[in-house]
Design a protein around this ligand. Structure first.
Ligand code: SAM
Length: 276
């Protein structure tokens, strides 16, 4: 973990991270320091402990506080068809390649509550590919994986998601993909027919298959450099040659040990192809 030597709270931050690892097996020790500390301070406010050291005391004795802190440290912000142009790039680049295979495996690593997974399922269905796909959707956090399995999202988000869907090249009525009650949009169960949801920790868990495409978007921004390099190794090992890697808008393969192993398919959309 990168630390600022002049930060008087660095020792407390590290001590709390060690405690979380020791008591809950949750390993945030190689996450980006400034973001970890900021999230801890949010939790100090919520739990009213005054200091990070005070929060650690509580965490040591109260498993519920521990779980709440873990949830705060893992940031779950996501959206359907987030960065719509990314999905247009998939239609142009990934889809033609996928058509040449009888069966394709995709991995959404760090899938949060599943919005990205259902977006992919919709895109693949519209391209006539979904029946020969299997999407593995994983996240560190069991609670969000459980939510993702249900595919139920606030109705209030649907306006934004409809706009994203259209910008992503969708031409149908987005409302076809869900039924609504007064509060929630319930996505069509057929969309998760070929999805396997599972808990998987990118820090420490091994590769579990070889994929035609891997999406790990807006996950590694929370990791420090050495952890990013390690996770890129795992993704590289899990991707077949000529397979696609999709990262988040502010992430890149450049400056990692695997930079030369990929070609840039879309620099703007952070879509890469493994070439060796
Ligand atoms: C900001 S969300 C991104 C969700 C989605 N990929 C997107 O781009 O909209 C980051 C997700 O990464 C997950 N995550 C964080 N650390 C992880 C790890 N070590 N292994 C697997 N998932 C992790 C978090 O639980 C969270 O759900």
């Amino acid at each position: 973990m990168r630390e600022y030597p002049d930060d008087p709270e660095a020792a407390d931050v590290r001590s709390l991270l060690e405690t979380l690892y020791e008591l809950a097996g949750a390993d945030f020790r190689a996450y980006a320091y400034s973001s970890v500390k900021r999230r801890m301070l949010v939790q100090v406010g919520r739990e009213n402990t005054g200091t990070i050291a005070g929060l650690e005391k509580l965490v040591r004795h109260d498993p519920a506080t521990r779980d709440r802190l873990i949830t705060t440290l893992t940031i779950h912000v996501t959206a359907m068809f987030r960065d719509p142009a990314f999905y247009r790039a998939l239609r142009e680049e990934l889809v033609p390649m996928a058509r040449t295979y009888p069966f394709i495996r995709l991995w959404v690593a760090g899938c949060s509550t599943g919005e990205e997974v259902y977006s992919l399922a919709i895109l693949l269905q519209e391209e006539g590919l979904y029946s020969r796909c299997r999407i593995y959707a994983t996240d560190l956090n069991e609670r969000v994986v459980q939510k993702a399995r249900h595919g139920i999202f606030p109705l209030s988000a649907m306006q934004e998601y409809t706009r994203n869907y259209q910008r992503a090249g969708g031409t149908r009525s987005f409302a076809e993909y869900y039924t609504a009650d007064s509060e929630f949009a319930i996505l069509r169960p057929a969309l998760r027919e070929n999805v396997v949801f599972a808990v998987h920790n990118l820090v420490g868990d091994a590769s579990f298959n070889e994929f035609h495409a891997i999406f790990c978007r807006n996950v590694m921004i929370y990791f420090n450099r050495s952890l990013q390099d390690r996770v890129h190794g795992l993704l590289y090992d899990s991707l077949m040659t000529y397979g696609y890697l999709g990262l988040g808008r502010s992430e890149t393969i450049r400056f990692t040990p695997h930079a030369a192993d990929y070609e840039e398919v879309s620099a703007r959309e952070k879509l890469f192809r493994k070439i060796r």
